[in-house]
Design a binder for this molecule. Structure first.
Ligand SMILES: C[S@@+](CC[C@H](N)C(=O)[O-])C[C@H]1O[C@@H](n2cnc3c(N)ncnc32)[C@H](O)[C@@H]1O
Ligand SMILES: [Zn+2]
Length: 169
């Protein structure tokens, strides 16, 4: 595993406006496949505290800087976070999130050229009490051929075929 350069070296990444959403993270230099690009930093809080911080935003607002580490802990990159909090979601990403020893990293899963936006698949988990419009709330705007239309996982269920279903003669 390569490591992203730090210190006196030229920066590997920059944060700027993204066509996907708000700010995004872009490669400044070529990033070889397998590079450990950045750690996802932030304050570690309980799920209860994360809910308290972000639920008041309203059901139609999906924007948070939260990363679920496990059933006990959420990383809130809105507090003490770094550039990793601006990495957007894509359904055909060039990075993946990796949890190792209770730390979260973003690793390149293919070679990334300068100027490319870094992305990973958020795979946000569905919950039993999700409202019916949950996929609209978490709609993905990656626009790629294999975009599943949602940042949630598993993908939205295809609508049941219409037409003669249920008809009796
Ligand atoms: C951790 S932030 C990423 C940085 C964000 N662009 C910003 O400027 O703060 C995650 C939020 O960005 C938005 N986002 C990220 N990827 C997206 C995508 N592919 N389509 C639509 N919204 C996206 C969603 O609102 C998501 O909750
Ligand atoms: Zn998509």
């Amino acid at each position: 595993m390569n490591r992203a350069d730090t210190g006196a070296q030229a920066p590997l990444l920059e944060v700027r406006d993204s066509p996907l959403h708000g700010l995004g993270v872009f490669a400044v230099r070529r990033i070889p496949r397998g590079t450990r690009v950045i750690e996802y930093l932030g304050e570690r809080v309980s799920h209860t505290e994360a809910d308290r911080r972000y639920d008041h935003d309203g059901a139609g607002d999906n924007h948070t800087f939260l990363f679920i580490l496990d059933s006990h802990t959420v990383i809130d990159a809105g507090v003490d976070g770094n550039e990793a909090r601006f990495v957007n979601h894509s359904c055909e990403p060039n990075c993946e999130s990796v949890i190792e020893s209770q730390r979260v990293y973003i690793d390149a899963i293919r070679t990334i050229e300068p100027g490319e936006e870094l992305t990973y698949d958020y795979q946000l988990q569905r919950e039993a009490d999700d409202p019916p419009d949950i996929d609209a709330v978490f709609a993905c705007r990656c626009g790629l051929e294999r975009c599943r239309g949602s940042m949630l996982w598993p993908p939205p269920r295809a609508p049941r075929p219409q037409g003669r279903r249920g008809r009796r003669r």
